[in-house]
Design a protein around this ligand. Sequence first.
Ligand code: ZN
Length: 161
Amino acid sequence: MRRITLSNGKIVEVQCLSCALTGGLIEPDGGVVLETEYFHAHQDVAYPIKGLIILASKRHIKCLDELTEEEKLDYIKVLTKIRKAQRDTLGIESVYYFYNEDTTHHFHTWMVPRYEWMYEFGRSVESVRPALLHARHEMNNAKNIKEVMDAIDALKNELNK
Ligand SMILES: [Zn+2]
């Protein structure tokens, strides 16, 4: 079991954070952005970046090659749908995608929008971690959190209409 401190200060004990989120045990701040039979999309607001979405499988698996045929199809469809919504509602021109198979959670893909301010941390993938940490430590203010929440609502509306 892992102890996880939620953004509201509450501490929960879970086997796997992704299971807790996709199973509805923990409600992500801002709510569920999109849910399908096999996948669950939400924002981790611990990284307050507008339009940053985490797409997690509902099944507790670690690796891409564990996806079933149905899950594979759903994955690329959902990923594409969210990508288009990021462009159409938030004007996001570029997105970085990454997932790691040695996660302590389970299969989830980060969709990190690339913004101008991130160039301060470098040109490409090496800037992702510093940019995420910058957001967590320096952008955790009421004004930016409001923008992040508004972006979540805009994506939700677009994706569930
Ligand atoms: Zn899990």
